[in-house]
Design a protein around this ligand. Structure first.
Ligand code: FAD
Length: 448
């Protein structure tokens, strides 16, 4: 059931990553599509090259991009990262592989990817983008969105055959849903925030640290990470408490920042000539988890991506989950024969557990990245898991592999991992007990 002639367009609120990809999917289903974006067109703005922000793209995101034929173009923009390069306080950096040989995640420029999606949507799929026009209200029952055209100083009202809120964690469409009856909504901020910094390219455009890895400086209560860019720079992010003894608040002067980096991340510090300028020029971002239900209202209005389920960035899955949303919604429209009402209701029902699961996993992974990776016991368990996975590839799959290198529903991955975790703990306990008994028997034999 494709839209009939004269039907209102599909209206997408937000031309970010999820909104631009969903626009392509909807256009290919035969809908005329209009995207309304609050910000100016990033393709026409002067870009500050020092502030290229990158993201880790993995199997789920690539799968959703491949379904609209963009995988090859996207892969050309990617830098493979084969593992975590751990920079300990003492000793040399060492690589913890993410999976088997050939399994890697990809560093990609947020802006580059967003531009590719917008260009594709416009040029190949006749999607119409409107910039600098934020959505300010939605009539949920009628499927009508209200926008504020800042340039003309007037209100634009648009009826939609399907209205998709892809307007991020602070979504205007979701805020309207929140004011509808019996709407469930929860938001939780971490007490930690983040700040983006950078490592420049070396002489002759050389990477100053290993190119094909995600670098981590785990320091238990805080951490620094770095992801490579195509121009041989690295985007560096410091995650740390907002307040307290070791916190953003405590770093008041350039001297404070220099002393902190020299003490905690000496090898990174040596590569960051613009550290203090970046530190005070760039904002400190907050990290929020958002859970809500349902993701739709009536027959025409729905939300997806961060608007429906913002997660903290520690599993590198927010964008991947948002892209997977687009893929799933398209599948549901297919399954429901184009019936928008039935498809968006099914999306709410079928996507919620998975979104909640990745929200929880992402919160846990902050602990794993900033602390557990530095523990010998953690490394030992990971090694055993890798051996088990090699011996029984279908039966034992490490959690990271399920989340990052498969399309298995997040909730199922989480459930399987909990089961495996219990088994491993039991197995290690039994092995330790057996070793003790054997040792005791040997000693008794020797002594006796
Ligand atoms: P957004 O990208 O936020 O896009 C929303 C769009 O809507 C924006 O363009 C915005 O301007 C527009 N908008 C907002 N309000 C309105 C309005 N009222 N009207 C019209 N338009 C509006 N994810 C990963 O998968 N891998 C990573 O490595 C990763 N790293 C991250 C690191 C950090 C520090 C952070 C904060 C996030 C990270 N994420 C990562 C998460 C990822 O950025 C998000 O999940 C992703 O951007 C969600 O896409 P979205 O399109 O739903 O929302």
């Amino acid at each position: 059931a494709y839209p009939g002639p004269g039907e209102p367009p599909c209206v997408v609120v937000g031309g970010g990553l999820a909104g631009s990809l969903m626009a392509i999917y909807m256009a290919r289903r035969g809908h005329p599509v209009e995207v309304y974006e609050a910000r100016p067109d990033m393709r026409r703005l002067q870009v500050d090259r020092g502030r290229s922000i990158n993201l880790a793209l993995s199997t789920r995101g690539l799968h959703a991009l491949a379904a609209v034929g963009l995988e090859d173009e996207v892969r050309q923009m990617c830098i493979p990262m084969h593992g975590r390069m751990i920079h300990p306080m003492e000793g040399e950096p060492h690589l913890q592989p993410y999976g088997r040989a050939g399994q890697y995640i990809n560093s990609i420029s947020r802006q580059g990817l967003n531009e590719l999606l917008m260009n594709t949507a416009e040029a190949r799929d006749q999607v119409r983008f409107h910039f600098d026009i934020p959505c300010v209200d939605v009539d949920l029952d009628e499927g009508v969105a209200h926008f504020d055209d800042r340039e003309k100083g007037e209100r634009v009202v648009r009826e939609a055959s399907i209205l998709i809120g892809a307007d991020g964690a602070y979504s205007a469409v979701r805020q309207r849903l929140q004011r509808s009856g019996r709407y469930n909504y929860e938001q939780a901020y971490l007490s930690h925030g983040y700040k983006e910094l950078s490592i420049p390219a070396g002489p002759q455009g050389k990477y100053l640290i290993e190119k094909n890895a995600l670098h981590i400086w785990p320091r238990h209560d805080f951490m620094l990470i770095a992801l490579p860019n195509l121009d041989a720079t690295f985007t560096v992010t410091l995650f740390m408490a907002f307040e307290g003894a070791t916190s953003f608040e405590a770093l008041k002067t350039p001297a404070d920042v220099e002393a902190f980096f020299k003490r905690e991340f000496p090898d990174a510090y040596a590569l960051m000539p613009t550290l203090t300028d970046d530190f005070f020029a760039n904002p400190t971002g907050s990290l929020v988890t958002i859970r809500c239900a349902p993701y739709h209202h009536g027959e025409r209005v729905m939300i997806l991506g961060d608007a429906a389920h913002a997660v903290v960035p520690f599993y590198g899955q927010g964008m991947n989950a948002a892209f997977e949303d687009c893929f799933v919604l398209n599948e549901l429209l297919e399954r429901e024969d184009g019936d928008v009402g039935r498809a968006i209701a099914a999306f709410s029902r079928e996507r919620k557990d998975d979104a909640d699961a990745i929200g929880h996993l992402a919160l846990y992974n902050y602990f794993e990245m900033r602390s557990a990776v530095a523990s010998p016991y953690f490394v030992f368990r990971k090694k055993i898991e890798r051996v088990l996975h090699r011996l029984f590839p279908e039966w034992w799959i490490p959690l990271y592999t399920m989340v990052t290198f498969t399309n298995m529903p997040y909730a199922l991955a989480r459930e399987r991992a909990a089961r495996q975790d219990r088994l491993l703990t039991l197995g290690l306990g039994a092995a330790a007990a057996l070793a003790c008994v054997t040792l005791a028997a040997l000693m008794m034999g020797v002594l006796g």
